[in-house]
Design a protein around this ligand. Structure first.
Ligand code: ZN
Length: 180
């Protein structure tokens, strides 16, 4: 291959051009880890409220429009999972039951009830922390988020910050077992 003739007017690219390119931020505001860390904050609030520590946030256009934690004990409502509470907030925020441009981050794999609700709401993408191999509705027990017989499929990203999510759950149940 022949090289193109040198252009005498071409100047070497000054180093400042590369210096102007911002370095990768420590926290990428658009990253799954950032939004999962927000869901983990919700899970920590559940822990502090003596609820099974699961938290969720819903993101639309890069902004969090709903955040919730599990409140089954507080509300004495078996359906008050973090995902269900976050969905209700998101319906209000969007003004529609269709959340086709929304993504849900939850610290633990959704149960079948929540997975069913997420499909009904037409959530675009579900990102979860630790898996629930026994009872999960996103592949553990059954994958309702991508069931061939259902008319909506969610994109699925498992195991984002899974160790952090699992540590919180294990710590909670360890305390429960120690309680008199
Ligand atoms: Zn659930």
């Amino acid at each position: 291959m022949s090289r193109p003739p040198e252009n005498p007017s071409a100047r070497p690219i000054p180093r400042t051009v590369t210096a102007m390119t911002p370095p990768d931020p420590v926290i990428d505001l658009g990253s799954d880890r950032f939004f999962m860390s927000q869901a983990l904050r919700q899970a920590t609030r559940a822990f502090e409220a003596d609820e099974v520590p699961v938290g969720a946030v819903i993101v639309r256009d890069g902004s969090i429009i709903a955040r919730a934690f599990n409140q089954v004990e507080l509300l004495r409502d078996a359906t008050a999972h973090a995902e269900m509470l976050a969905l209700s907030q998101a319906f209000s925020a969007v003004g529609d039951w269709r959340l086709t441009d929304c993504d849900l981050y939850v610290t633990k794999e959704p149960c079948p009830m929540c997975a069913g609700a997420l499909v009904h709401a037409r959530i675009r993408r579900v990102i979860f922390g630790c898996r629930d191999p026994k009872a999960g509705g996103a592949g553990g027990l059954i994958n309702l988020l991508q069931h061939p017989n259902l008319n909506h499929h969610c994109q699925l990203t498992p195991e984002i910050m899974a160790p952090e999510s699992l540590d919180l759950l294990r710590g909670f149940f360890r305390l429960k077992r120690q309680a008199p």
